[in-house]
Design a protein. Sequence first.
Length: 317
Amino acid sequence: CRGVEAPMKLRDTPSACPSLWRSLPCPPAELRLDLVLSSGQTFRWWESSPGAWTGVLGERVWTLRQERDRLWYTVYGEEGNRRPTEASGPEGAETDQILRDYFQLDVGLSDLYRAWGAADPLFHKVASDFPAGVRVLRQDPVECLLSFICTSNNHISRITAMIERLCQAFGRRLCCLDARPIHAFPSLSALTGTDAEARLRALGFGYRAKFVSGSARAIAEGLGVEGLHQLRTVPYAKARSVLCTLPGVGSKVADCVCLMALDKAEAVPVDTHVWRIARQRYGTALGGRSLTPRAHQEIGDFFRGLWGPRAGWAQAV
């Protein structure tokens, strides 16, 4: 890291500096960090040391670790505010709530498994083979939308590298950990400049550069950040329809954003894998010969009818 201030040290374990760590009750059956943070829902976390995950959430830098039935976390101060925040201080309740909201810990995963198994004999049969603790994140809508625009014809490691370059080039620097600079996700205004598309192409975004900058501009000039957040309060079909008007947003990306950022637990992102499951394991003849928007709707409706109002969570498992 360049600059006046020396980089902060990464905090690996609560035992190293207990006053800077805080914990929540959270059994592994309800959350497995290693599975959820590497699953392709989000692209801003990395395993900074064995069992510890560091990333950006709510424009803060966190390290998370699970030990038995506790979820431990520490939050780093921003550059210019180098004094560590005591975990027992007045911000503790706020940071607890940020994590509860992000991981949707108020949703009982074990109860959902039982309900899906009762409704679906095939789910019941294979559920014991599924790893427990896989749950859907509740992400910032802007970050989720622009990140998932980058997922088309792509894979997780490459998407993660793209998002990292995006944040370094356009995002505000938050701090530096062990010589690694960490940036916030860019604001819409940072991505709507006249040179944004060209800069994104230079960063290796290819045809997605036009869609990322175009959607950022469309939101800034239309819905606005507040309007995008307000899609959480409208029916699923309406939110999905609005998202599909944005550049580079098709049925699957819209469903991913609905599920992971807009509180539409019934949204079922459909790709060829989900389509194959519907046809081969459930014997449906949905979708015809290709994954058209109509096929997306029919397959999603099938799983919503089978798994109920949190069908998107069942599909994520």
